[in-house]
Design a protein around this ligand. Structure first.
Ligand SMILES: C[S@@+](CC[C@H](N)C(=O)[O-])C[C@H]1O[C@@H](n2cnc3c(N)ncnc32)[C@H](O)[C@@H]1O
Length: 255
């Protein structure tokens, strides 16, 4: 069975949503923190499945000296990314299941991408090959199969991950895991409720219902992710949440 890994018609709506949604902002801050904490000296960073380039644009502000690259399956996403990242990042159209790189990058990120791809281990193996020895991987994925709903189907997800599934797949691809924590934990009950009510069959409409909130609710969402980030920065691995962050490393060459 073939599976369309994403609907390029969503990119325009995502481009508008990213700038104002607490979820995109909070996740981006978490990614910036993980890069600073675990790979502070990284000279280069590739984002696989970079979509409209939102995360790369945030990273370019936080890490002006890092050489940024982004790859994306669909030209429709790259068109938005090019607008945002002109002169800032090297962008390329590339299928993550067929990446040509070997020891070319110091850190690779895949943010809410591998759940769209049937053979996620091939993607993780490609990323492993693309990294220099000792290089880092930052991944975010949707968590908990019991949160699966029509929203996942319409959003072109193949799966939601358990912690064990993500850990096993990272290890199968050759990675050492440095850190794994859930996030969007405090909002989990609200998320479960929203998923139970999701009925439209329009993935972006359901995503917007969860993430494009009126200003007061968006502010509450922002505050909950900020509280969670305090706990995560203090070393607490949150046990449950809508999303999962993994920080992993390609082992350095022995000897
Ligand atoms: C939910 S979006 C996330 C976009 C971006 N990483 C972000 O977090 O804002 C999933 C992205 O994965 C991309 N994608 C899906 N399958 C892919 C593949 N085989 N190779 C490269 N990118 C892929 C989609 O085109 C889409 O841009």
């Amino acid at each position: 069975m073939t599976h369309a890994s994403f609907n390029p018609a969503y990119f325009g709506r995502l481009r508008d949503l990213e700038a104002r949604s607490f979820w995109f902002q909070g996740r981006s801050r978490l990614i910036e923190w993980a890069l600073t904490k675990y790979f502070p000296e990284a000279p280069s960073f590739l984002e696989v499945g970079c979509g409209t380039g939102y995360v790369l644009s945030r990273l370019s502000e936080a890490f002006p000296n890092i050489a940024l690259s982004g790859s994306e399956l669909f030209d429709e996403g790259l068109t938005f990314a090019r607008e945002r990242l002109v002169g800032i990042a090297t962008l390329m159209q590339l299928d993550a299941t067929a990446m040509p790189f070997k020891e070319a990058f110091d850190v690779v990120g895949a943010f809410d991408v591998i759940e769209h791809i049937e053979d996620d281990v091939i993607v993780l193996e490609n990323i492993h090959r693309a990294l220099r020895p000792g290089g880092g991987l930052l991944v975010t994925v949707p968590q908990h199969a019991w949160l699966w709903s029509e929203t996942d189907v319409a959003a072109c997800h193949v799966r939601r991950y358990s912690r064990t599934e993500l850990r096993d797949r990272l290890r199968a691809a050759g990675f050492e895991i440095l850190r794994m924590t859930s996030f969007v934990s405090l909002l989990l009950p609200a998320m479960l409720l929203a998923r139970r009510r999701a009925r439209s069959g329009d993935g972006m409409a359901e995503v917007e219902a969860e993430l494009d909130l009126p200003a007061p609710l968006n502010a509450i969402g922002r505050a909950t992710l900020w509280l969670e980030s305090i706990a995560i920065r203090a070393g607490i691995d949150l046990p449950a949440g809508g999303s999962l962050l993994a920080v992993a490393r390609k082992p350095p060459v022995a000897g």
